[in-house]
Design a binder for this molecule. Structure first.
Ligand SMILES: [Zn+2]
Length: 140
């Protein structure tokens, strides 16, 4: 995902994206001494078309967590054509709701072009790298 969109997510959901470092100043001092989380090392590992999906999911998580700890993203990536969203620990009361929301978003990702975000003529492109793309992006 491009830096501009990642900055928007970090700005709107600073708690959820605590480990997403886009500026030199974000990087914690102990970072060199430990293994980084995927989000710390690679940022958000999917294309721009899933921005709205991730934005909506984070907004839902934020609303669920109004009275409890907000979980932090450890990794967001594309795998076998679908969005995968991994987070750290969360409180017992919000666990089921958050997992339900993540499941819905992950399922929705198969209906949204990863590149441009359209839902028109989207399917799994299994020629080579398996991705969820619309007809136009498939033919590019
Ligand atoms: Zn597309």
């Amino acid at each position: 995902m491009n830096v501009e969109l990642q900055k928007k997510l970090k700005n709107d959901y600073p708690e959820i994206f605590k480990y997403l470092y886009l500026e030199e100043d974000d990087i914690p001092n102990d970072f060199d001494d430990r293994m980084g989380l995927p989000i710390e090392l690679f940022g958000i590992e999917c294309d721009n078309g899933w921005f709205t999906l991730i934005d909506t999911l984070c907004n839902t998580i934020k609303n669920i967590c109004q009275k409890s700890d907000t979980p932090k993203v450890h990794q967001i990536k594309e795998k076998y054509g679908g969005m995968r969203f991994y987070i750290g620990s969360m409180s017992k009361d919000t666990y089921k709701q958050i997992h339900g929301a993540i499941m819905l978003a992950e399922n929705m990702s198969y209906k949204i072009c990863e590149k441009c975000g359209t839902t028109n003529n989207v399917k799994l492109d299994e020629s080579g790298w398996i991705r969820t793309l619309c007809e136009d992006c498939r033919n590019e």
